[in-house]
Design a protein around this ligand. Structure first.
Ligand code: PLP
Length: 355
């Protein structure tokens, strides 16, 4: 096996506990496990969480079907706008659709459960403010459908004290005031849960995503979230290099002194962005070893002046501690979401216990 991702489910439990400690009592958890649980493996993560959360949220109908076929029975909300040819599937698999566009009322099949998504400022998905009246009358008219909730999404809750959050919240409150009180109302993603605890935005449920996997949205740090993955590979080959000899495509890196180069069978097609080449360390035999040269499609090189590793030694790309997707995100000027969702599906995921 070229490399393997190890997911520590007890750390996932720890992160869930950190989330729940910030919730008012009786607020439900709708765990966001879209995009293969942000790269961690949707079905195993869902199986592990299904007794501890109330709902799952996914981006697409296909992801929801994968969960149902994997044996997940708790409610699942799909964020995307349903396509006409798929409408039957929502009913068949008992999956909750989102109405973000009033034309969706016309395509859902009788008996389908749905939730209303209102755009309060994100301008991505959701019913725009101008259409509230139409949405309200269609909601009343379509008694053959089963509306269970109403939600919105914040554009900038990943930043503490962003003024758009109270503005979106006020809009949302005025919209929900028009609908019956028994609908499940929810707004909060990771940022809203962690940075806006004082604001009255938890309503009936929250939608935590990236925090489950151990990361905060945005720049801030918190002590009680832990990255739940390690990424392990091994040294496939080694060779001695002399001072001045180049390593890898384009001869962009040359050994500053004599030493040893190891080849690790992970490349940009596994999710190591080429732009990170030369910028990160791995852990081998308890030592930090510098990655050198360009990242190839299926390999990267590491270098040490001393023979600190040999063929076959384990290489930790993410070690569950200081080497993790959050650090990579800083190096690449991106967010941990992009790092973990880039981990290719072909990499085997292993879980800390049978799930
Ligand atoms: C992805 C997503 C979330 C979760 O966001 P995080 O920042 O990962 O917590 C919540 N709600 C919606 C609508 C989303 O698309």
């Amino acid at each position: 096996m070229r490399s393997e991702i190890y997911v520590d489910l007890s750390k996932l439990d720890g992160n869930l506990k950190a989330i729940k400690s910030r919730l008012r009592s009786s607020v439900k958890v709708m765990a966001v496990i879209k995009d293969n649980a942000y790269g961690h493996g949707a079905v195993p993560v869902a199986k592990h969480l299904s007794s501890q959360v109330d709902w799952f949220c996914v981006a697409t109908l296909l992801e929801a079907i994968e969960l149902r076929e994997g044996g997940i029975e708790i409610p699942i909300l799909v964020f995307e706008v349903p396509e006409k040819q798929d409408a039957e599937k929502y009913l068949e698999y008992s999956i909750t659709a989102t109405v973000s566009d009033i034309s969706t009322f016309e395509i859902l099949k009788a008996g389908t459960e749905y939730q209303l998504n209102f755009d309060t400022g994100m301008r991505r998905l959701g019913i725009p403010s101008e259409e509230i009246e139409s949405a309200l009358s269609l909601y009343k008219e379509h008694k053959e459908l089963n509306c269970t909730g109403i939600y919105t999404h914040f554009s900038s809750a990943d930043e503490p004290e962003n003024e758009s959050v109270p503005m979106q919240l006020a809009k949302f409150k005025s919209i929900v005031g028009r609908f019956p009180d028994n609908l499940l109302k929810h707004t909060a993603n990771t940022g809203a849960i962690f940075y806006y605890q004082d604001m009255d935005l938890q309503f009936d449920a929250v939608r935590p995503g990236v925090c489950l996997y151990g990361y905060l949205a945005g720049e801030s740090e918190t002590s009680d979230l832990t990255p739940i993955i390690e990424w392990k590979s091994y040294v496939m080959q080694t060779r001695a290099v002399k001072k001045g000899e180049p390593v890898g495509y384009g001869e962009t890196w040359k050994a500053p002194i004599d030493g040893i180069v190891g080849t690790v069978p992970i490349g940009y097609s596994d999710g190591v962005q080429r732009l990170i080449g030369g910028k990160f360390m791995v852990e081998i035999n308890g030592e930090f070893i510098q990655q050198v040269g360009r990242i190839s499609m299926d390999y990267f090189g590491v270098f040490s002046p001393d023979p600190l590793f040999k063929k076959g030694d384990e290489v930790k790309v993410f070690n569950g501690k200081e080497l993790n997707p959050k650090e990579w995100a800083k190096l690449l000027d991106t967010i941990p979401y992009e790092i973990t969702t880039s981990l290719h599906d072909r990499i085997k995921r292993r879980y800390s216990k049978i799930v």
